[in-house]
Design a protein around this ligand. Structure first.
Ligand SMILES: [Zn+2]
Length: 285
């Protein structure tokens, strides 16, 4: 970085920005979640990104996306890169306007990253990335916002240490955090069309406010910085390791949460019953 740059002057004494900034972050999904996490990471000193998204920014996205009205009609990837460079002109990024479900050499793309920000809006692509990350031993952090922004969850995959998304789903299926709880984008295609197109009363207000999503993207960013720090030869100062790998956050007292600003944490190990983790272990032997 230009030694004369004052960009990170105010956080230089907090941690080694040059060290953290070398990390390469793959952002899978540049929507409301991915864009906010990427912006936070850029403001934390991260300079290398690969941005994946195959959609363009619509006017209806603007109240929840990091990018504003002047980017309507842009590819979300290019809009986001332009925004990131407004914070740090030295940011380098690969742009991929593609559907991650159709990416052929996904393992190689993932292997190249220090951490994957898993912020796609559907389960199949999340699980495809989960498997690629487990196979290649690449950390990822996934964030989800529950219906109407009542809260959400963030999970960090730590290779060789913690469970994967398959393990998490297996565990959560039996918990109150999956009972009658729907993620904003977990509804059927029919409902999604209705949600974004026609005024269907119950579903119309399903997406949360940006303020509610921001609680989740902030946890998401913190876990991503933690994942980057874990891969450095020396732990950066003022960045103590986050002990657990899962956080569920409640914004308000709506099932499954009982109160405002409720937090539930846990540490999830690889589960014996998880085929994805077991396959990977088998390959190692
Ligand atoms: Zn697993």
């Amino acid at each position: 970085m230009d030694s004369k740059s004052k960009l990170f002057e105010r956080i230089e004494r907090l941690y080694d920005v040059g060290l953290i900034g070398q990390a390469k972050v793959l952002v899978a999904g540049c929507g409301s979640g991915g864009s906010q996490v990427a912006l936070q990471l850029a403001m934390s000193g991260i300079r290398n990104f690969s941005l994946y998204d195959n959609q363009t920014l619509g006017e209806e996205n603007v109240i929840r996306h990091a990018c504003g009205l002047r980017y309507v009609g842009w590819n979300k990837t290019e809009a986001l890169l332009d925004l990131l460079r407004d914070r740090n002109p030295e940011i380098k990024a690969e742009i991929h306007n593609e559907d991650l479900m159709e990416t052929v050499d996904l393992d190689d793309r993932v292997r190249d990253a220090s951490v994957v920000i898993l912020a796609t809006d559907n389960e199949p692509s999340r699980f495809r990335l989960n498997e690629a990350c487990v196979r290649t031993g690449t950390p990822f952090v996934v964030g989800k916002v529950f219906t109407r922004g009542i809260g959400g969850e963030v999970f960090a995959y730590r290779p060789k240490e913690g469970g994967c998304l398959g393990c998490l789903e297996m565990l959560l299926e039996r918990s109150k955090f999956r009972d009658k709880v729907r993620e904003i984008d977990l509804v059927s295609q029919e409902e999604r069309d209705a949600m974004y197109g026609l005024p269907v009363a119950e579903i119309k207000d399903s997406p949360g406010l940006n303020v509610d999503i921001a609680f989740i993207t902030n946890f998401h960013t913190r876990f991503a910085l933690d994942a980057i720090a874990r891969r450095l030869p020396e732990r950066p100062r003022n960045m103590e390791p986050i002990p657990g790998n899962y956080v569920a956050w409640g914004n308000r007292p709506v099932h499954p949460f009982d109160k405002h600003f409720q937090i539930e944490k846990m540490s999830l190990p690889p589960l014996d019953a998880c085929k994805i983790c077991q396959e990977e272990n088998g390959d190692d032997v």
